[in-house]
Design a protein around this ligand. Structure first.
Ligand SMILES: *Cc1c(COP(=O)(O)O)cnc(C)c1O
Length: 354
């Protein structure tokens, strides 16, 4: 590694450089980034094409989408904040809440971006192991909260393991956390959840906890990952400080138009999500049949707990033109993609056990 030619913060220099899910070749299935395998929902391409004022800055608040989402959640517009992906809202909230000497508590293994997001603020990530069922351990997260804690991240379904936390457990968790500590409920995969006992942000918002912010995205179920658009629902003043910490005008008019058109296609969305959930459940059943100890999967991905063999297992998938995401020493995450890919995944998963 060559040295950085200027003086930078050592804790930032020490972060691993960003590694994206591998791009797939023309013949391969890209199952490495939890993307949606479908074409855009009806009306989306036309809406993007018609939002063509490239010489103008977009509406900074994405007001039309904001009003539409506020309506959906039964809240006032000021309780919705739209940004260029929900990851950017995680950055904004972390920056607004925490700095040097503070802590942010998060589950681990969970979303790869979390520890880096915390480190960039100057705060310390406090990483709390998952339960034996590979779910976020809410009592352990609560026990890790101290005087220094400024925020707690909860990911459900948990990326990359797929398990959810229940509504009852989440409610008990909120009650156990000091009311001046921010709780971020990251629901990037909520649309795929079929477990009725799982926590749901709509219920959480309706319960009116001022310290809870719910994050959602158009990247996964809605298939708009490339356009970069996500949102937060929460207390207006928390969303104000997030906005203050963010880069203004990052949400393009095209992304806003695409999100609005996607919300218009609710029936098609529901159909697609049901198709993905059915493929996921079929994949989990097949993988368990052949001997893999796959945890509950409620997102659009499944987790193979391959441990020390994770890189080797991922290489076997890649050799079969299936691009998956290994987490060295831990496991391999496989996104639920095209129908034809399901049995191919099972075949490779069987071959590495043999
Ligand atoms: C994909 C994902 C997001 C959202 O990503 P954006 O594309 O930035 O909206 C947020 N949290 C988790 C856990 C994710 O997996």
């Amino acid at each position: 590694m060559t040295d950085i030619p200027v003086r930078v913060r050592p804790e930032i220099a020490a972060l691993p450089s960003y590694k994206q899910g591998k791009q797939a070749g023309a013949t391969a299935y890209k199952l490495s980034s939890n993307e949606n395998p479908f074409d855009p929902l009806p009306g989306v391409v036309a809406a993007v094409r018609d939002a063509v004022a490239f010489n103008r800055y977009p509406d900074a608040l994405a007001g039309r989408l904001r009003a539409r989402l506020a309506d959906r959640f039964g809240v006032t517009d000021d309780r919705i904040h739209i940004a260029a992906g929900s990851v950017s809202i995680l950055y904004q909230l972390a920056q607004a809440a925490a700095s040097t000497g503070d802590e942010i508590v998060l589950p681990w293994r969970s979303f790869e971006a979390y520890p880096g997001i915390v480190t960039v603020t100057g705060a310390t990530p406090v990483m709390v192991p998952l339960t034996d069922a590979a779910a976020v351990d809410l009592p352990a997260l609560a026990a890790a909260v101290t005087e220094r804690t400024r925020a707690v991240f909860v990911c459900t379904p948990n990326n990359p393991t797929g398990a959810v936390v229940s509504q009852a457990d989440f409610d008990a968790f909120v009650a156990a956390i000091p009311s001046d500590v921010l709780i971020v409920l990251d629901e990037a995969y909520v649309e795929f959840v079929t477990d009725a006992s799982a926590v749901n942000g709509e219920r959480v918002i309706a319960a009116g906890h001022d310290n809870v912010v719910v994050l959602r995205t158009f990247s996964k179920a809605y298939g708009l990952a490339g356009l970069r658009i996500g949102y937060a629902v929460g207390h207006p003043r928390i969303l104000d400080v997030a906005r203050s910490a963010g880069i203004p005008l990052s949400v393009t008019a095209q992304a806003e138009a695409a999100a609005l058109a996607s919300l218009d296609a609710e029936d098609e969305l529901r159909e697609r999500v049901a198709v993905v959930a059915e493929r996921r459940d079929r994949l989990v059943t097949r993988l368990r049949e052949i001997g893999w100890d796959v945890p509950t999967a409620q997102g659009n991905f499944v987790w193979l707990p391959a441990g020390d063999r994770s890189l080797e297992v991922a290489a076997a998938f890649e050799a079969a033109d299936l691009v998956v995401r290994p987490f060295a020493g831990d496991g391999v995450r496989v996104s639920v993609g095209e129908d034809e890919s399901i049995e191919l995944v099972v075949a490779v998963a069987a071959s590495v056990l043999a």
